[in-house]
Design a protein around this ligand. Structure first.
Ligand SMILES: Cc1cc2nc3c(=O)[nH]c(=O)nc-3n(C[C@H](O)[C@H](O)[C@H](O)COP(=O)(O)O)c2cc1C
Ligand SMILES: Nc1ccn([C@@H]2O[C@H](COP(=O)(O)OP(=O)(O)O)[C@@H](O)[C@H]2O)c(=O)n1
Ligand SMILES: [Mg+2]
Length: 178
């Protein structure tokens, strides 16, 4: 870095002073813009991970009429009853926060005689395996969930395990629409 004039070093008796030069600052700025483009450009928002099984609760919630009506109206299809769970790899866990700043499709909270049901947000996406792509899918982010930031749940008109021949452990990429 010193040879490239990115830093100035001043050696003194008990150590050294290091300052970043104007050239160094320009290089850092460029690097920063690159990272922003990679991690914050919604067009490039691709989340990867592998398929997992959960607790079988997705099926219950997706089937409820209070949600189903809204899916049909706002997403344009009646989802297969369940959520395909994807465990995200490390960089995608960080990139995931960029998705939540996008405009999703809101699914409203509702209630029946027994209890209230939470709201959710759906983000349109395409699901890619090594050789196949299925769209549209939606990443569904329920307001109340037992999942943490390491997983996303997908809904689609079809059973995606059948459509794409997926088993637990298979690697997939979820390309979130801009
Ligand atoms: C549309 C929808 C609504 C949900 N609403 C609730 C809720 O009101 N309360 C709750 O505890 N979990 C709710 N969940 C989350 C589920 O309990 C569960 O965390 C999640 O869907 C994962 O299920 P799975 O791992 O069995 O696929 C909801 C999930 C979905 C998809
Ligand atoms: N569009 C969908 C939704 C769920 N599924 C699968 O359908 C089953 C039921 O979904 P679920 O959410 O109740 O179950 P888990 O995700 O808890 O295993 C699971 O095996 C999901 O992976 C699918 O293949 N395609
Ligand atoms: Mg599920």
């Amino acid at each position: 870095m010193e040879e490239a004039d990115y830093i100035d070093r001043d050696v003194v008796s008990d150590g050294q002073w290091v300052v970043i030069t104007d050239d160094g600052e320009r290089v850092l700025q460029r690097e920063y813009e690159d990272y922003r483009r990679i991690f914050e450009d919604p067009a490039a928002l691709a989340l990867s991970g592998h398929i997992t099984s959960g607790m079988g609760e997705g099926r219950h919630y997706i089937s409820l009429p209070g949600y189903n009506r809204q899916f049909a109206e706002r997403l344009g299809y009646e989802p297969f009853p369940g959520t395909l769970n994807v465990e995200l790899d490390e960089p995608s866990r960080r990139a995931r926060s960029a998705m939540e700043s996008l405009d999703g499709v809101d699914i409203d909270a509702w209630e029946d005689d027994d209890r209230t049901y939470g709201s959710a947000t759906c983000y349109p996406a395409a699901l890619e395996t090594g050789d196949d792509t299925y769209e549209p899918v939606h990443i569904i982010v329920p307001d109340r969930t037992h999942h943490d930031e390491t997983k996303v749940e997908l809904i689609a008109a079809d059973r995606l395990r059948d459509e794409l021949g997926l088993s637990d452990g298979d690697e997939v990429t979820v390309r979130v629409a801009q």
